[in-house]
Design a protein around this ligand. Structure first.
Ligand SMILES: Nc1nc2c(ncn2[C@@H]2O[C@H](COP(=O)(O)OP(=O)(O)OP(=O)(O)O)[C@@H](O)[C@H]2O)c(=O)[nH]1
Ligand SMILES: [Mg+2]
Ligand SMILES: [Zn+2]
Length: 337
């Protein structure tokens, strides 16, 4: 019997008569790895001492517990990182943040995406593909829910003026930067330094292009946006953590078309709409803020952008599994691949 099997059995006694902590080996001395990418059952981990990269698999005792990009894990077995070696992930350290989504708004199954990141960079092209505020609002909800700072990054500003979008989100206190391929990225650098940032957005908005601009030699593959459909080609297929030259980490993720929020409490949606939250303080007690809610303050409020109210209500409605207006249906559509 291999050492692996023995340990797995030791960790999962049939009858637990003593406190669990006494049954478990202590991994205090084990190396700590930072999960930078995964491919099927293999996790690539970065280990600070020796600046080494270690390939690992999940130990049996973790059971169904997920290991995701950004996790800090304890590595047992051969964590040397030498050619052909394989370590075992025996423990996942508590996460400081967790970015997650559901496949769709009425699908309660949560899909954890990235752990321990502190900034969500919402990458939106000002053109090709056309920007959708509905998706930006969704990402803002997800960022606040995950405990992450949102940063709006408007790309392809050589193709169109970013000001109309900036004028919607700046007053809400959302930090933003505008970029273009080959242009000056110092404003973006400043926002990323010493943070762990996740880039999210539709396929083809230019996430990998940004990574290549920020990190000389990163060499992320870049796709072409289809002229007819305006869709990207889903060039990046797995999330990957890269180290920024001036400190901090950046995580490139595959493009997504939908970002379900079924796991988020409807009461929390309004956190992403501070302009509306203020108005909603005048709502009757327990107001659901939907279109049919009696005396909802959002109906009459002056100085409130009706588009914003509509976007908020579309999110609310989609959360409740109700029929959504066409604009929303389009932005939550699954990519047909
Ligand atoms: N005009 C223009 N094109 C850009 C700019 N940035 C990126 N592109 C182009 O947009 C296309 C898609 O870029 P990618 O970086 O692959 O996009 P992505 O967001 O990583 O896409 P996925 O990996 O599929 O999610 C490529 O053809 C880029 O050359 C820009 O600032 N201006
Ligand atoms: Mg990409
Ligand atoms: Zn209300």
């Amino acid at each position: 019997m291999s050492r692996y099997d023995e340990e797995a059995r030791y960790d999962r006694p049939k009858r637990r008569t003593r406190p669990r902590t006494k049954d478990r080996p202590s991994y205090d001395d084990a190396a700590t790895g930072f999960v930078i990418t995964r491919d099927r059952g293999r996790y690539t981990c970065w280990v600070e001492p020796g600046d080494r990269v270690v390939t690992a698999m999940k130990a049996r005792q973790l059971g169904r517990k997920g290991v995701i990009v950004g996790d800090l894990v304890k590595l047992d077995g051969d964590a040397s990182g030498s050619e052909g070696s394989l370590a075992r992930i025996v423990e996942v350290l508590p996460r400081t943040t967790l970015l997650r989504r559901s496949a769709d708004d009425d699908d309660p199954v949560e899909r954890p995406l990235v752990a321990n990141a502190d900034q969500l960079v919402i990458v939106v092209a000002v053109a090709n593909p056309e920007p959708r505020t509905g998706l930006i609002d969704r990402f803002l909800v997800a960022a606040y829910d995950a405990g992450m700072r949102p940063l709006l990054c408007l790309t392809k500003t050589d193709l169109a003026d970013p000001d109309p979008l900036l004028s919607i989100y700046r007053p809400l206190g959302v930090e933003s930067v505008a970029t273009q391929q080959g242009g000056d990225l110092s404003a973006l650098h400043e926002q990323l330094d010493n943070r762990t940032s996740v880039l999210v957005g539709h396929s083809g908005v230019g996430k990998s292009t940004l990574v290549n601009g920020l990190i000389p030699g990163a060499d992320r593959a870049i796709g072409v946006v289809n002229e007819v459909t305006g869709r990207g080609r889903h060039t990046s297929v797995t999330a990957l953590v890269l180290r920024l030259p001036d400190g901090g980490w950046i995580i490139d993720t595959p493009g997504i078309r939908s970002f379900g929020l079924a796991h988020i409490d409807p009461d929390k949606l309004i956190l992403a709409f501070p302009d509306l939250a203020e108005v909603a303080e005048d709502c009757p007690r327990g107001c659901t803020h939907t279109e049919t809610a009696p005396d909802c303050a959002l109906d009459e409020a002056e100085g409130v952008d009706r588009e914003r109210v509509a976007s908020f209500r579309r999110l609310l409605a989609s959360r409740e599994g109700r029929e959504s207006p066409p604009a929303q249906q389009e932005s939550t559509q699954q990519e047909a691949t």
